[in-house]
Design a protein around this ligand. Structure first.
Ligand code: FEO
Length: 163
């Protein structure tokens, strides 16, 4: 595999692990703020991000590329409101989408067809990731100021199933 693509895919493992750490930090904050449903949703999200990191980990191993793990940056630990936390999560997902589009552009320019097919899954997944987080942001914006409605949403997100 091309050295730059190998380096950028290694970097993406780190980005996914950071995302996992960030969402786990959000989950911890939601627990502390007594929002169990939001905490549950973020905890599952953290688990998904770990799965994403492992997909890239396995792909690099399958291609005979050394996986080099780097330090994971410390995530933010407090937010002003559930809305602010979910907005941060959405911003993060948009950044991750950009990372995958850049990786795809690189794989295309290198004519690395196997990597293009591998990255396709993530490009599709990011549509879903931005939608699910964006939907929560939109709902929180709509019910801003109504504690009762936020409680209802918390209960609803607490029903998210592990997939
Ligand atoms: Fe791994 Fe939420 O993107």
């Amino acid at each position: 595999m091309d050295a730059k693509l190998a380096k950028d895919l290694n970097k993406q493992i780190n980005n996914e692990l950071f995302a996992s750490y960030l969402y786990l930090s959000m989950s911890a904050w939601f627990e502390d703020q007594n929002w169990p449903g939001f905490a549950h949703w973020m905890r599952l999200q953290a688990k998904e991000e770990l799965d994403h990191a492992m997909k890239i980990f396995d792909y690099l191993n399958d291609r005979g590329v050394a996986v080099i793990l780097d330090g994971i940056a410390a995530p933010k630990t407090t937010w002003d409101s559930p809305l602010e936390a979910f907005k941060d999560a959405l911003d993060h997902e948009k950044q991750v989408t950009k990372n995958f589009l850049d990786l795809m552009d690189l794989a295309i320019s290198l004519k690395d067809h196997a990597s293009q097919i591998f990255l396709q899954w993530f490009v599709t997944e990011q549509v879903e990731e931005e939608k699910s987080t964006g939907d929560v942001v939109a709902m929180l914006e709509k019910i801003r100021g109504s504690v009762g409605a936020v409680f209802q949403l918390d209960r609803q997100l607490g029903k998210r199933e592990d997939d």
